[in-house]
Design a protein. Sequence first.
Length: 134
Amino acid sequence: MIIGILQFELLVHGSESLKDKRRVVRSVKDRLHREHQVSVAEIATQDSLNVATLGLALVGSDGRHVGEVLDQITAKLRSVPDAELGDTTRELLHGRAGEISGDTTNGANESLDRDLIDLGLSALRQHPPAEGRP
């Protein structure tokens, strides 16, 4: 199992309100989900008028394919008419099919672990990003 993660900033020029920014963000999120079947969420800078920080995840069985899809998405983000692509980070997590397990020893995370296991995403909990990386 391969999990591709892309974190990126969109610089929304000319935004005069959060409503203007949300319109652009919603359009980008909907397009990426519709065209690539990825999960996308705004993960930071929600109160900023001109910057949106988004995270995107894609699960697949072929690392080459996951990398190609992330490349296609990055190219599309460079051509968003109402925004400019800012900083991006990309990561591929490798897991083994059939070895999904969650550490449920911490009661506060038990529900999250169970949900991740149900979704086949326990590798996100087992292999968090390296220190200093988003």
